[in-house]
Design a protein around this ligand. Structure first.
Ligand SMILES: C[S@@+](CC[C@H](N)C(=O)[O-])C[C@H]1O[C@@H](n2cnc3c(N)ncnc32)[C@H](O)[C@@H]1O
Length: 260
């Protein structure tokens, strides 16, 4: 199953109230949304008809999250569903995930693209192929080790797989705090060593099995029980100073533009 067909089915099952997408390009995945939506991309050129109320931001995801300050993407309402498909380098994806999680609740689902490259060439950090996943495949290992509390569902979609993450905690800062360790341990120069189970997709569920998991109905019915209360928002605000220095640190690491 193609990743867009899978995401369309997931929208049907989850019926999110809010959808945030990092990496829009021509709007193919954004056009699947039927709820209030946000799209972030420094170079989008939307050609698809968007059928929901959508705010588009022509900026990098780092710039977008930094610009929120003490605010939130959906004015206090949590992100129900997010799709992270921006810069295909591990450190960007970890940062995007950590930023999305700040505005999540327990029932939020995050979809990460490009976790199952088809070759070592496609997984290179220094892009030299037309289709490119970069080293995003390492995100499964990083989340499993730094955030064992999260639930991960790896899905064998075409062309390059999806990772679904649920069980988010907006107050968890483990990824931010361990960022330097993650970079030191997981980022390596090319050629990347892509484990055989990634290339053979042996640990991935078929899209049909992933869609049939009862958890999607369960998450939908739990939605709203943990709304961002004023108290929780101010606790998040209290940690925003840490997040801002995190953003500055990230900006210093940003390599020359490598658009996907
Ligand atoms: C693979 S395309 C997105 C495709 C789209 N999600 C879809 O499936 O139809 C990746 C996009 O990410 C954008 N991008 C690259 N770096 C980014 C960043 N730091 N923040 C946000 N978007 C970024 C690129 O401009 C490009 O349009």
């Amino acid at each position: 199953m193609d990743y867009l067909a899978f995401i369309a089915e997931l929208h049907d099952r989850l019926r999110p109230r809010s959808y945030l997408e990092i990496g829009v390009r021509s709007g193919e995945s954004l056009a699947l949304s039927r709820c209030e939506s946000i799209g972030i991309d420094p170079n989008f050129e939307v050609r698809e008809e968007l059928r929901s109320r959508t705010s588009l931001f022509r900026s990098t995801s780092d710039e977008y999250f930094e610009s929120l300050g003490a605010g939130s993407p959906f004015d206090g309402m949590p992100i129900d569903l997010a799709f992270i498909d921006g810069m295909h380098l591990l450190e960007f994806v970890i940062k995007d995930f950590a930023n999305v999680e700040r505005y999540s609740e327990g029932s939020t689902v995050v979809i990460l693209d490009d976790v199952l490259p088809r070759s070592t060439d496609e997984a290179a950090r220094d892009r030299h192929t037309r289709a490119w996943t970069g080293d995003v495949f390492k995100v499964s290992e990083v989340l499993a080790s730094v955030r064992p509390d999260l639930s991960l569902v790896l899905v064998d979609t075409q062309p390059t797989g999806l990772l679904l993450v649920h069980g988010l905690d907006p107050l968890n800062r483990q990824l931010t705090e361990h960022f330097d360790d993650i970079v030191r341990t997981h980022i390596a120069s090319d050629p990347q060593v892509v484990p055989s189970e990634v290339l053979t997709r042996s640990r991935a569920l078929t899209p049909e099995k992933a869609l049939d998991l009862p958890v999607w109905d369960d998450l939908r019915s739990r939605r709203g029980r943990h709304r961002l209360t004023r108290d929780r928002i101010s606790r998040l605000d209290a940690s925003s100073r840490q997040s801002r220095s995190f953003s500055r640190k990230w900006r210093r690491r940003t390599p020359p533009d490598r658009q996907t």
